[in-house]
Write a protein that binds this ligand. Sequence first.
Ligand SMILES: *[C@@H]1O[C@H](CO)[C@@H](O)[C@H](O)[C@H]1NC(C)=O
Length: 328
Amino acid sequence: MGIHGVKVKGRRSCVLRPRQGLPALHAVFNMLALSCIIISNLLPSAHGLKDLKIFVPEAVIMGNAATLSCQYDLEKAALYSVRWYFGQEEFYRYVPREATPTFVFPVAGINVDLTNSDATSVTLKGVTRDLTGSYQCEVSEDAPLFHTDIRSAYMQVIELPKDDPAMQVDKKVIGVNDNFKAVCTVGPSYPPANITWYINGRKVYKTPLQRITQDAFEGSTTYSSLEIYPHSQVLQGFFQAMPKYQTSILLLCEVSILHVFHKNVQQRIGLSMAPPTTISPNLLGLEGSKRYVNGDPDNSALTGAAQCSCSAIGVLTLAVATLAAAQL
Ligand SMILES: *[C@@H]1O[C@H](CO)[C@@H](O)[C@H](O)[C@H]1NC(C)=O
């Protein structure tokens, strides 16, 4: 009669084989079988493999090294092996019992750095894009129970764009009633970059008056356009709070790839309130402008101008009267 630990992926088992023969031995066997079940159910909480965790970088830049690690608690049990798989292919094994505990298996694209690999981690040198995918770490404890557990995690290998982002704008100065368009581009990357627009440090969101598009095809330039229409939410505030006839905003295009790459390009754009030939009463601070606050904002400059000339005539009349009085 013998007790054998049988290695089963992901769980333990306990096998007892009675030999043919005396019924008395069968009774003993039954007792042993029972105790084996009891022991194997009690042991995991007493000592054995638990808390297996895998740590794989979410994103690595192509050509760099990547260290993958696996943490586990064996409690009182001994380690039998740690195996690492890329997809279904094993590429690294650590067996402390062996004279040379580390084994490397040839897997296309994988270059294990043995000086930086051990029982809990494995380092890959010069990662290529093909190494994007799922990695698994499988830990087995030694006899008698051979508890085995496995965890997996995904790693993305990133190819950075070679060129800096660039921005083009269709106007250097935007008037209240102008449409405005800007385009931001960045060279090919893998995966395609995300482009985000900011004005004075605040993100510009997509709305019907703030249109944003982004196009990216694998292996080609990533492109984003921003179109701003009159009375857009983002510019409205700036126009309303404008201290003078002219002010400017800082338009920024940020290019990012996951959390590993961020670059931006920015440009200052002028805002201009009104055509230079029309004088708005708002700007002169005259009473008349208040009556037109609820009127059509598109025509406020024109209607205001009419109001302005009336007031100006009044002021002029008063000035003439004052002058006349002084001469008396
Ligand atoms: C782009 O942004 C989305 C949404 O935040 C994110 O899920 C995705 O991973 C990003 N892609 C890249 C390449 O950074």
